[in-house]
Each structure stands twice: as C-alpha cells, then as structure tokens.
Write a protein that binds this ligand. Structure first.
Ligand code: GRG
Length: 311
C-alpha cells in the first residue's frame, strides 16, 4: 500500500495498492453496514428521512475504517459484524454533524458539497433525527458485539468506550469548550484539550473498540489509544490547515473557522509550524504502533492520509 491519497505520492512503502484505492475498496462493506442499520429504523417518518440524509450522504467513513483495521490488526480478518460495530461509531459522527450544522450551532449551509440536513429536512426533524441516532448507535454496538461473539464483559466495555467518546468527557465536552472559546484566543494547551475531546475522542474510540472486540490485550489497547490521540490531533491540525488554505467549494462545507472567529492551530502557530506539527504527530502515532507491536500497513497509511487529504 502507498500513502498520500490526496497527493498520489507514496509515503509508507509496501504493496502497490494506494490508500485511495484501499479506502474505495472498503466503502461498499461500510455502506452495506450503514444500510443494515438504517433498515432497523421505522420507515416513512420525517425524522427517519433526516436520519437517512445525515447518515447516507457520503463522507470519508474514517471511523468505521479505523475500527475495522484495528480489528484486522489483531485477528487478521474482519467479518461483517466488525463493519456493523464500525457503523455504530459512524452513527454518532453523523448525528454530531447534523447538530453541528444547525442554525443554533455553526449555521452551516453546505456539508460534503451538498445542502446540510436541516436545509433539506428542516430543523425539527434534524434535531429529532440526530437525537434518535445516539441510542441507535448504542444498540448497534450491543448487537454487533453480540454477532461478533464477544463476551458480555467486553460488550459492556465497548458501550462504555462509545459513550465516553461521545459524551461530556469526549465529543460533547469538546463542543462545549469550542462554543466557549469562540471570540477568545486559546493557548496551545487549551486547543489540544478541546480537540482531543471534540475530534480526537471519536477517532480514538473506534481503534480501541476494534482491537478490544477482536480480543486484544493491554499493550495493543494502549498502542491504539496513543496512536488515536496522535492521529486525532493530527486530523484537527490538518483540518485547520485545509480551512485556511481552501475555499468552501473545494472543502464542500462552510462556514470557515475565520467566519466563526475560532482559534485554530494555524492562527496560533502559523501555516508552516502547523504543517510541521501535523507531521510530528503522525510520527508519534506510528511510533506508538511500533512500540505496541501493532504491524498494520493500513493503519500506518491512514495516519499519513489523515494529514495529506485534500478535504
Ligand atoms: C449541543 C454541546 C452540544 C453538543 C452536540 C454538535 C456536537 C454535539 C458535537 C460537534 C462535534 C463535531 C462536529 C466535531 C467535528 C468533527 C469533525 C472533525 C468532523 C469532520 O470529520 P470528517 O472529515 O467528516 O471525518 P466526513 O464528512 O468525512 O464524515
């Protein structure tokens, strides 16, 4: 596999399959898992239409891919139920974007190059549909871990992993800090604390969950946690760089951090230093994998992809 999906440049060596081809190859199984999850919803309600829009409107599907690759790094292969477990994390991600785009939050018109869910389905159904995705994700995790044959103690721990990452210790807590930080100049420590919760927690959880569901021991779980923390922050630094250097049309989303008057890694350190920081975080993540004895070409390539992507 080669890294650098955005640039096309090899960066991690190995086989001749590019990370772009690898991600495209994974999408059908992820989309099938999300379709199965959507089939469990009561059909025909307006909120269900908003949910389907929020969940099925594309995206890179990084969180399920990370979960499946963490699972594979332990077991060597990933059955359909591992994709279902990955879908549980993606349902939380989908709800967060639906709510984040609402007028009471970022008031965004564009997401993934298309009108946001509330513009297509209205604010009420977007709010209700997003809320319904939270328990649905919990049930999805419970059912998928049962289908994987995980012991009850592991199934419960997977739910704890998901709830912690999604809740006030994780993504929601980070969103609160983000809202409080608008119009403020944050320090580097405050920015790291905010983004390790808001973005990092939901990128780390699938790695830990995938490895845990596959039966990993403490060393591998620790490696996944450290790798996740590093690539989670790297993801956000890359996001800030893209936000500062690309148009809304190129990114397929708006408004920009500048429009929202938010502190970013670029506003804090400048573009060149932010690029260096992203590279250093990737190396930290790769080192965590090496130390934990995790030998996964896709996880190594994904770390590079996260900072080299163009959207
Ligand atoms: C009401 C306090 C409160 C919280 C609600 C809205 C919310 C919960 C949380 C917001 C969390 C959020 C939007 C984090 C940003 C995450 C992020 C980096 C999104 C972009 O991820 P990608 O690039 O998206 O993986 P795609 O489109 O590829 O799926």
């Amino acid at each position: 596999m080669t890294g650098g999906a955005a640039s096309g440049e090899p960066s991690s060596g190995g086989s001749s399959v590019s990370i772009g081809e690898f991600l495209a190859g994974e999408l059908p199984r992820i989309d099938a898992a999300l379709d199965r999850a959507m089939d469990r919803l009561p059909a025909g309600t307006p909120a269900a239409a908003a949910i389907r829009h929020g969940v099925l409107s594309g995206g890179k599907r990084l969180r399920p891919i990370l979960l499946v690759e963490a699972f594979r790094s332990v077991r060597g292969e990933a059955p359909e139920a591992a994709y279902d477990l990955g879908a549980a994390v993606e349902l939380i991600h989908a709800y967060s974007l639906m709510h984040d785009d609402l007028p009471c939050m970022d008031d965004a018109l564009l997401r993934r190059g298309e009108p946001t869910t509330h513009r297509e389905h209205g604010e009420d159904d977007t709010m209700l549909g997003g809320a319904a995705l939270i328990p649905l994700a919990g049930l999805q995790s419970w059912n998928a871990s049962g289908d994987l044959g995980c012991a009850d103690v592991i199934r419960r721990q997977l739910l704890v992993d998901l709830c912690r990452a999604a809740g006030s210790e994780g993504m929601v807590g980070g969103q609160v800090l983000d809202l409080l930080g608008e119009d403020e100049v944050l320090t580097a420590e405050e920015l790291d604390g905010l983004h390790s919760r808001k973005t990092g927690a939901l990128l780390t959880a699938p790695l830990v969950m995938g490895a845990r569901a596959a039966g990993a021991g403490p060393d591998v779980l620790e490696a996944m946690t450290l790798y996740g923390r590093s690539i989670g922050l790297a993801f956000q630094v890359a996001d800030d760089i893209l936000d500062a250097t690309s148009s809304a049309e190129e990114l397929g989303k708006n408004p920009s951090d500048e429009d929202l008057n938010k502190s970013t890694y670029v506003s804090l350190h400048g573009l060149a230093a932010a690029r260096d920081q992203a590279g250093a975080l990737v190396e930290e993540g790769l080192e965590a994998l090496r130390r934990g004895g995790v030998d996964s070409e896709p996880l190594r390539a994904l770390a590079h992809f996260i900072v080299e992507r163009d959207h």
